[in-house]
Design a protein around this ligand. Structure first.
Ligand SMILES: [Zn+2]
Length: 552
């Protein structure tokens, strides 16, 4: 008995059996039912998603002698149906556009178009790999597509619709075949194994479903091979298919998340020995961590829409947090670029992996801020003018590894963090902190007036107003309005400056004075800032060196 491959044995023969293309199937059946099916159809989608399968079912439905006008399912019993299934029906022709015979066949078709179907009700031409049609063949076809006789249907199937000439595309009704999602493929495989009475464990089937990357045909042919090898477990599968790479891939991803340097380096050696292509391997890793990062942000439904399979990630997802995945994704992405350029990609790869494992030495800003006493953050802003006696300079030499990265980031964005904290407190901003209770009533009035002024300033443009809103309210001093600004603040450019002076004079009847805060700080001063001291306390750290934040 000859062995029938699974893809053929279980090829769907009815619309209801088609896997994973419900939208397309529904539209096609509706059109058939209403006798409104276009005479030129384009089925587009990756390989093995059911394009030719559906085309054949359509051909049967158009020719079936026992068609039920409600469901429009072919009977699969009548002579038409049987012949179409066997591929011997005279009116249903399948053409492989990739073959050399393509152009001759197209000519033959066109010559025969004028004749009524020999047997059935409709002539159906299924053109597979339609993007491979030669220019001549496309031109010949074009005319027929323009005005096909009422008994003629063309179904063009293609994996690359963009390669079809626009003239052809515009004449076809287009149906998009979706890449099948992992779960659908997995369930289908499971069902087939049951029907075949073949025992195989779930991780092995999952791996096959994953490897198929959305193509049901690929999944089935992998299962065919697995059955031929007698594969029962994932280990069998990896061994029989030479998929060690797959195993290394998963283990390395895990080692990276867990920052297990030793394990990671062992796996790297393993990769070299197996002669794995480093670049494509790194590309896959980068994709994986991008998806892990996205999976921490979006819901499963959103991920599915993005073509990301949540189940694939689930084992790794809970090993790390968003920051971990982002860091690794970023490092892999940078590393990938470097590996591509490098004369010694292996070294570059190894360095990248080692660096990622050493990221453990850094800590996420969020985690750090959580550990910081709130007071330290709030106080930091006010601390700028005040001096604290330097006391921590030589403290705690216990741990040598200072979190340099963390330190720099904190320095670069201290204001944002501090502001965030302050927003949670009843008094809204620094300005208010400096007031004595006595002044409050008066200041309130001034506040209202300031609001009024902002409205007037707003008429000069939204940016101008936004700039004013983001600075402390001006102080009245010696009959002047004193604005406290950071150097480089856009309000200091002459255009805004003049406008502001003008408006303030009109509104408050006062001159404007700017007090410019220098951004640049004495590096030594940084050490005395309360948030830095708090970090040093919490981690028993010492300062290795001070790097100026960007722009300083
Ligand atoms: Zn039939």
């Amino acid at each position: 008995m000859s062995y029938l491959v699974l893809a053929r044995k279980y090829r769907p023969q009815r619309f209801s059996e088609v896997v994973g293309q419900s939208a397309v199937v529904k539209t096609v059946v509706n059109a058939l039912r209403r006798n409104k099916l276009s005479h030129a159809l384009l089925f587009a989608g990756i390989k093995g998603t059911g394009k030719t399968t559906l085309a054949r079912i359509v051909a049967k439905a158009l020719n079936c002698q026992n068609i039920n006008p409600e469901e429009y399912e072919p009977c699969n019993q009548c002579q038409s149906c049987v012949e179409i299934m066997k591929g011997i029906h005279v009116d249903v022709l399948e053409i492989d556009a990739a073959s050399n015979r393509g152009i001759d066949q197209i000519r033959e078709i066109i010559d025969a178009l004028k004749y009524a179907p020999a047997k059935g009700k409709a002539k159906v031409y299924i053109i597979d790999e339609a993007h491979m049609l030669t220019k001549e063949a496309s031109n010949a076809l074009l005319k027929s597509l323009e005005e096909p006789p009422s008994h003629v249907y063309f179904i063009l199937a293609t994996t690359e619709p963009n390669r079809l000439p626009p003239t052809i595309l515009s004449r076809c009704q287009r149906y998009e075949f979706r890449r099948l999602d992992f779960k659908l493929i997995f369930n289908h495989l499971q069902r087939i194994c049951e029907l075949e009475n073949y025992q195989i464990d779930q991780p092995a089937l999952e791996l096959i479903a994953r490897e198929a990357q959305g193509s049901l045909r690929d999944a089935l042919s992998l299962l065919d091979q697995a059955m031929a090898y007698g594969v029962r477990t994932k280990e069998d599968l990896l061994y029989s298919f030479g998929w060690h790479e797959e195993m290394i891939f998963e283990d390395l991803a895990k080692a990276l998340i867990e920052r297990d340097l030793k394990k990671a380096m062992e796996l790297v050696q393993n990769l070299y020995e197996k002669g794995v292509d480093i670049i494509s391997f790194t590309e896959r890793l980068t994709h994986l961590f991008r998806e892990l990062f996205l999976a921490k942000i979006f819901s499963q439904e959103v991920l599915a829409d993005k073509g990301i399979d949540f189940r694939l990630l689930k084992d790794l997802l809970f090993l790390g947090n968003k920051e971990d995945f982002l860091l690794i994704y970023q490092a892999l992405y940078k590393g990938l670029e470097a590996i591509r350029r490098s004369t010694y990609p292996q070294f570059q790869f190894e360095l990248m992996i080692a660096k990622i494992c050493e990221y453990e030495k850094f800590i996420s800003i969020d985690a750090l801020l959580e550990k910081l006493p709130t007071e330290a953050l709030v106080a930091s802003e006010l601390e700028e003018e005040r001096k604290v006696e330097p006391k921590l300079e030589t403290k705690a030499e216990t741990k040598v590894e200072t979190k340099v990265e963390t330190k720099v980031e904190l320095k670069a964005e201290p204001k944002e963090e501090a502001k965030e904290e302050k927003r949670k407190r009843p008094l809204a901003d620094v300005w208010d902190d400096n007031l004595t209770p006595k002044k409050e009533a008066k200041e309130e009035k001034k506040g209202e007036k300031w609001e009024e002024f902002l409205d007037i300033a707003g008429k000069e443009g939204a940016t101008f107003r936004a700039l004013l809103e983001s600075v402390p309210k001006p102080e009245e001093r010696d009959n002047k309005m004193v604005f406290l600004l950071e150097e480089d603040y856009p309000l200091l450019t002459s255009a805004y400056r003049d406008k502001l002076k003008d408006l303030v004079l009109k509104f408050f009847g006062k001159e404007v004075e700017f007090e410019v805060k220098k951004k640049r700080r004495d590096p030594e001063e940084v050490k005395n800032r309360p948030e830095v001291q708090a970090i040093m306390n919490i981690f028993s750290a010492k300062i290795a060196y001070i790097q100026p934040a960007k722009g300083e």
